[in-house]
Write a protein that binds this ligand. Sequence first.
Ligand SMILES: Nc1nc2c(ncn2[C@@H]2O[C@H](COP(=O)(O)OP(=O)(O)OP(=O)(O)O)[C@@H](O)[C@H]2O)c(=O)[nH]1
Ligand SMILES: [Mg+2]
Length: 402
Amino acid sequence: MSDQTNKDVILKDFFKRNVLISELEEVLRFKPETLIGVDKVSSDQLHANGIKTVGELASLSVANLPEIKNVLPSMLQKWIKIAQLIQKNIQEQLRRHKKLLMIGLDNGGKTSILALIQEKFSIIKSLLPTRGVKREKLDFFGYPIISWDLGGQVQYREKLYFNRPELFFTEADIILYVVDSQEPDRFPESANYFREVLKVLKELKEKPAILVVLSKSDQDIRKTLQWQQNVSTVKNKLGKVADEFEQFTIDFCDTTIFDRHTIMQMFSIALKKVSDTSEIIENILEDFCSQVDAKASSLVSMDGLIFGSYTNTDTDEMLVNNTALLLQTLSNFYNSIGLIREKSIRLDLPLNGFTIRGEKLFEYSDLQIPVYLWALSEEPEKLEGKLDYFKEQLLPLINLFL
Ligand SMILES: Nc1nc2c(ncn2[C@@H]2O[C@H](COP(=O)(O)OP(=O)(O)OP(=O)(O)O)[C@@H](O)[C@H]2O)c(=O)[nH]1
Ligand SMILES: [Mg+2]
């Protein structure tokens, strides 16, 4: 995520100060005069020669410059190079997005899941069936994702998706196949649709990670024998469908919109299949830092393993990680001479105006090695109130990745 921020800054640096960049793709449609160093008159000249956008500027060749009145070739060459750099940067950023497909029968709960991930609680009550495909950019702890919500009504399933499958099913990283766990009558229909989807993926030679989501697994329903039977029927039916195709392995997960946690967990499991673990942990730590205004944080085990850290500056990273390792060594020594291990360790540096503080979170592996969350903060009291939030909300997600 810090990487992403850096890239945004670099991109902005090419444009005049009043230029607002909200959509990445839009940047290539900006007029050349939005670039620093390109004046309005030259931009109009470019326009008169058919070069109306930054994207069109980028498509020119430096080796084969067009002749443009009142624009020096050396200047034009420079602008083309800048436009090409911008284009490359945008393409790289877009490539970092993961494509997520939400597939399943109508009324299954796909759009509700997406709404909950984005904390759009209030729209859930008034959701209408999705018409066709709805594309959205979303952010999972800073992890950029483009979701494609494929409305499940029969007319779309039968007429739209399979007529031009390449438009919908290519280059997906993750498929969440949603099955309403409370509607056993529709399991056969859902299994058939699942088979169609896998068939088309096979034909397109696509191999996304697939997670079957048993939606509407509400707390009270979960306790019923009926629900448990439903779950095993779905696992059985869809598992058999997947077995018809060698190339797909599927996992199952259950969620309910009445407990956002189940959805975050499910989503983490899906992301884990396609992403670098440390990157996700870093994004979660970044989220924590911004909530408590900390300058750096890090997750370190007592045996010195750094699971991930987030900082804005290299110095802060060095400070937090080295302090963590040294204080943990000290704690190990105390422990070895019979002292009880403290749950919380802190080092105040009042002249420098900050505190580094470690909080024991949990123990990992059979050896029960303690893992501490470290944070460097100028306002350590803010950490206090949020530690429970970290333990309850973020830790279960992190645990999935360790
Ligand atoms: N009890 C319960 N109801 C849910 C849950 N998730 C969604 N629903 C309800 O199920 C209905 C359908 O939800 P949607 O999210 O619109 O379903 P969808 O899969 O997007 O449907 P289409 O857009 O037609 O494909 C809504 O009335 C939701 O409130 C859940 O976890 N539990
Ligand atoms: Mg929908």
